[in-house]
Design a protein around this ligand. Structure first.
Ligand code: ZN
Length: 115
């Protein structure tokens, strides 16, 4: 028996209550991180977006550990301490235009020709 959840509806705390541990994954890097709720427990999960701190692409909220899903077994757990928004994601979220080549170059770790 699970008692009625008394937290904020649609909050991350409510999701956590229903689904257990939450994860955020990046489908481009094929990595994911456990989502810790300390500061966002009472935040409406519909109002929050995630982005990859490595590549800056959109992250997806996952209610199961991604590498246990069919077709995602190669996803790596990549927990980052105090992740920061990738600059490309900040630009995108603030509506600023960014050169697309920078995002892809950063994302795939392409090095500029040295000379
Ligand atoms: Zn990524």
């Amino acid at each position: 028996m699970v008692g009625p959840f008394r937290g904020v509806p649609y909050s991350f705390g409510a999701l956590r209550e229903v689904y257990g541990p939450l994860f955020v994954r990046c489908d481009v890097c094929r990595r994911y991180a456990r989502l810790y709720l300390a500061e966002i427990r009472d935040t409406d999960s519909r109002t929050k977006t995630f982005s990859c701190c490595r590549g800056g692409t959109d992250g997806a909220l996952a209610i199961t550990e991604p590498n246990t899903e069919t077709g995602m077994t190669d996803y790596r757990l990549d927990q980052v301490e105090g992740p920061q928004r990738h600059p490309a994601a900040v630009d995108r979220l603030s509506g600023a235009l960014k050169p697309a080549y920078r995002l892809s170059a950063n994302h795939y770790g392409v090095k500029a020709p040295s000379r």
